[in-house]
Design a protein around this ligand. Structure first.
Ligand SMILES: Cc1cc2nc3c(=O)[nH]c(=O)nc-3n(C[C@H](O)[C@H](O)[C@H](O)COP(=O)(O)O)c2cc1C
Length: 190
């Protein structure tokens, strides 16, 4: 196993949030189990509707399977990630059997995972563009990863040691997205 000695650990929550970027280039290092466990533990502790915890995670490290997950996307970096976390939602345990929470709850857990990875020095990238991929791909992935037919593939997360430092992407200002009491009323801080 190749362990990267130079991971940039960040402990301050606000710094983690501010410094996190979508990473699309990775160094060829493995993620030690102790780090992977901490990252998945952060996902496990996420809140969910009625505490139903409908998320499941498959950690894919096998190169051939990573290539299958990257296919037929043009985003080849997916297969270069040290691991791909396949985030699943189980409608049979989701709150009130409502399909919406089957995907929303796992996405909350996914952001926990992403921030925990960042805290430990790893880069991640949410991958949702598989939604436009053909049904045959979904069948092939479900068959290869032995995913029960009723479960949803919610998102993929590429994770690894970053090999790039992207600049921050623009965000809307607080004034554009936050209001005081009623929609449209400017929020001021004193
Ligand atoms: C739900 C979701 C889906 C995303 N899907 C993809 C994707 O398929 N491919 C990709 O390269 N980035 C994807 N991203 C990453 C976004 O493009 C990125 O988070 C956004 O541009 C802001 O950049 P930043 O994360 O570096 O701040 C996704 C992000 C989210 C939250």
């Amino acid at each position: 196993m190749r362990k990267n000695p130079n991971l940039e650990v960040t402990e301050n929550f606000f710094e983690i949030v501010e410094k996190r970027r979508a990473i699309r280039k990775y160094k060829p290092y493995d993620i030690p189990d102790e780090d992977l466990k901490k990252i998945l533990e952060a996902a496990r502790l996420a809140p969910s509707a009625d505490n139903s915890q409908p998320w499941r995670f498959i950690i894919v490290k096998d190169q051939k399977t990573k290539e299958l997950l990257a296919k037929p996307s043009t985003q080849t970096f997916i297969a270069d990630a040290n691991a791909i976390v396949v985030v699943l939602g189980d409608p049979s345990v989701s709150c009130c059997s409502r399909a919406t929470w089957t995907t929303r709850d796992p996405m909350i857990a996914t952001e926990h995972l992403v921030l925990a990875a960042m805290a430990l020095g790893y880069g991640t990238c949410w991958i949702a563009n598989y939604e436009s991929r053909p049904q045959e791909w979904v069948h092939e992935v479900k068959k290869t990863l032995q995913i029960p037919e009723h479960m949803h593939i919610v998102v993929l997360v590429a994770i690894g040691v970053p090999d790039e430092k992207p600049s921050p992407r623009p965000r809307k200002s607080l004034q554009e997205i936050c209001f005081d009491g009623v929609y449209g009323s400017p929020l001021r801080f004193h």
